[in-house]
Design a protein around this ligand. Structure first.
Ligand code: F6R
Length: 603
């Protein structure tokens, strides 16, 4: 999705602005641009990678101490120089970058055209500089002109704007993230903290309808009506190096390898098996006593983590279900005061997931976000938030955050077991198993089996993933990861569902990855035999002590033994490595797969 950045200081802004845009590349984009303000306002923008912008900037040499920048992900109008941001008005006095969608842009365009304005792009964004320019021409000062223009807009957006002759960036947000960075020599603005993390770790999270007036020497935040607001600043505990590749070829591989550390962080200080304690954020013991059931809402990988969470809860006597957030608004599950609605979201900014939470905001249901980003919209809009503490995830394909989500949901399941289910005490064996998971992941990372298997089965037509129980969400996640970064046909199925339809797809040119967990293995083995007899090679991913598979499967990738409930976390790491190496063999752009973005901020 689009990325916004701004740098407001007394010295040249361009270098840091370009660095910030490079840091935002992971969000996915198809064009990029900057506007710099000195005495004049200069705009430079290009379709394509930020390298194209850097070449253009080297030629055109825009300069200024106040700058805004943008990476665009096309929604209104195809990728082109004209549609790239920043956009200006008729007189070129105002430049605007924007994320999100301005829903009433067509009627605004018609009105503006009737008053003589001419448009040079197909974007919804371009109405904003024209609206502001009109008000400047009418004699309003820039801040008033900005507020009045924003008041005309409907939809969800984050906007940053500069006006010729005014050393200020004006910004606002509604349903789309925007964070202020407070530096020593300059102040910053971005849609995502990694954009400016190497310049400052002091941030202020803007809320919907906040207006930020960012100057070199300070930042004022007011409501849309101009009333001053107090917004606290926070120091983020992500180190700048966390958002760098640190010698790995891809962020994805770095993040896969970070899992032992991320998992330790997710669990650290939260479990005390000996004392029988599970501490989750600020949620005091007894928080969930009124809860009868849990409803998850999430998308993509986070949805698969939620399905894992459902299995963990149901096994503990707590009724639970997971809904795809994008479907929730169409068919909301009835909820009441005894329902805990859990939004699982790495970014905390996924529009579908936010829409699902908003769908139930007028009910008595208690809401909880399980997220990676402190200060994210999801974290702010729910009753309670628990952070997975995975550190920044830059690769578009979610990896470490799935593991950290599942670990956190495991802790939540234990709390609910005791407080809302039939548990008398915490399951010490499960909690001890969870504490040993980072070490077990380390062992998997030391082996090269997934890489060898990726090579051995590189030429197949289709890749199927099957699992049962805990293995089912892992099969779904394995297929999602595989298709998203290799562009191969991949699907995940519940192992028992194969014979109800998907088996028709299985031939000698498809390969089946079967997840074994130590539970119901005989049944899964039976499903393996079904596909074997259709000529498909089978690769089992299984705990070391699993019996009966070596004579049936063509290949076996072993994971360390441990509690079956946690075995899926280990198989998942194997499947991440498999996808990574399969994508690498095919020369895919692993960190930025085509058509995909890290943070999906439109519904
Ligand atoms: C896939 C992937 C996506 C996200 C989904 C939800 O690798 O990353 O499927 O899981 O877009 O994003 P969050 O978790 O930020 O809500």
């Amino acid at each position: 999705m689009c990325g916004i950045t701004a740098r407001v200081g007394d010295d040249e802004a361009l270098d840091e602005l370009l660095t910030s845009l490079t840091n935002l590349e992971y969000r996915g984009y198809d064009s990029a641009g900057v506007a710099l303000l000195d005495e004049d306002l200069e705009v430079c923008k290009r379709e394509g990678e930020t390298d194209a912008l850097k070449r253009a900037v080297a030629e055109e040499e825009p300069s200024g101490s106040i700058g805004i920048g943008h990476t665009r992900w096309s929604t209104h109008g195809p990728p082109s120089d004209a549609n790239a941001h920043p956009h200006t008005g008729c007189e070129g006095r105002v430049a605007v970058v924007h994320n999100g969608i301005i829903e009433n842009y067509e009627s605004l365009r018609t009105e503006l055209r009737s008053r003589g304005h001419e448009f040079t792009s197909e974007t919804d964004t371009e109405v904003v500089p024209h609206l502001v320019e009109e008000r400047l021409t009418a004699g309003h000062d820039p801040e008033v002109a900005f507020r009045e223009a924003v008041a005309c807009l409907e939809g969800s957006f984050a906007i940053a704007l500069v006006v010729e002759g005014d050393e200020t960036v004006y910004a606002t947000r509604k349903g789309s993230p925007l964070v202020v960075g407070l530096g020593d020599d300059a102040n910053y603005l971005a849609s995502d903290i990694p954009a400016f993390l190497e310049f400052t770790d002091r941030v202020v999270y803007l809320e919907d309808d906040d207006v930020a007036v960012v100057r070199p020497d300070g930042v004022d935040i007011t409501g849309l009506d101009g009333a001053p607001l107090r917004r606290e600043s926070h120091t983020v505990d992500w180190a700048p190096g966390d958002a760098e590749k640190s010698g790995y070829n891809h962020y994805m591989l770095k993040e896969i390898n970070e899992q032992p550390f991320a998992l330790r962080q997710a669990i650290e200080g939260r479990t005390d098996p000996a004392a029988g304690e599970v501490v989750l954020g600020d949620l005091p013991a007894g928080t969930f006593e009124e809860i009868d059931r849990v409803q998850f809402v999430a998308c993509g990988t986070s949805y698969h983590a939620s399905l894992y969470g459902v299995a963990l809860l149901q096994r503990r006597g707590v009724p639970a279900a997971a809904a795809l957030a994008s479907e929730f608004a169409a068919d909301p599950t009835p909820v009441d005061g005894s329902t805990l609605v859990v939004a699982v979201t790495q970014s905390g900014e996924t529009a579908d997931t936010l829409a699902a939470i908003r769908e139930i905001e007028d009910t008595d249901a208690r809401t909880l976000a399980v997220t990676n980003v402190v200060g994210s919209t999801a974290a702010r809009e729910v009753d309670d938030a628990v952070f997975i503490r995975a550190g920044p995830e830059i690769g578009v394909a979610a990896t470490k955050t799935f593991s950290s989500q599942v670990a956190t949901l495991g802790l939540l399941a234990e709390r609910l077991h005791v407080e809302a289910g039939d548990g008398e005490s915490f399951d010490a064996a499960f909690l001890e198993g969870l504490e040993r998971i980072p070490e077990a992941v380390d062992q998997i990372l030391d082996r090269r089996r997934a890489e060898q298997v990726a090579e051995a089965y590189a030429g197949m037509d289709s890749y199927f993933f099957i699992g049962r129980g805990i293995g089912y969400p892992v099969a779904l996640e394995g297929a999602l990861k595989f298709k998203e970064i290799t562009y191969e046909h991949a699907e995940g199925f519940a192992a028992g569902e194969l014979k109800h339809g998907p088996l028709a797809l299985v031939t000698g040119t498809s390969v089946v990855f079967a997840i074994f967990t130590g539970e119901n293995d005989e049944k899964t083995l039976h499903n393996v035999q079904e596909v074997k007899s259709r000529g498909a090679p089978v690769i089992a991913v299984a705990p070391e002590s699993t019996t009966g598979i070596h004579t049936v499967a063509d290949d076996v990738i072993e994971v360390p033994d441990g509690p079956p409930e946690l075995s899926g976390m280990l198989s998942n790491v194997v499947l991440q490595l498999l996808s990574y190496h399969a994508a690498e063999l095919r020369g895919r752009p692993i960190d930025k797969p085509r058509n995909l973005a890290k943070s999906v901020t439109v519904e």
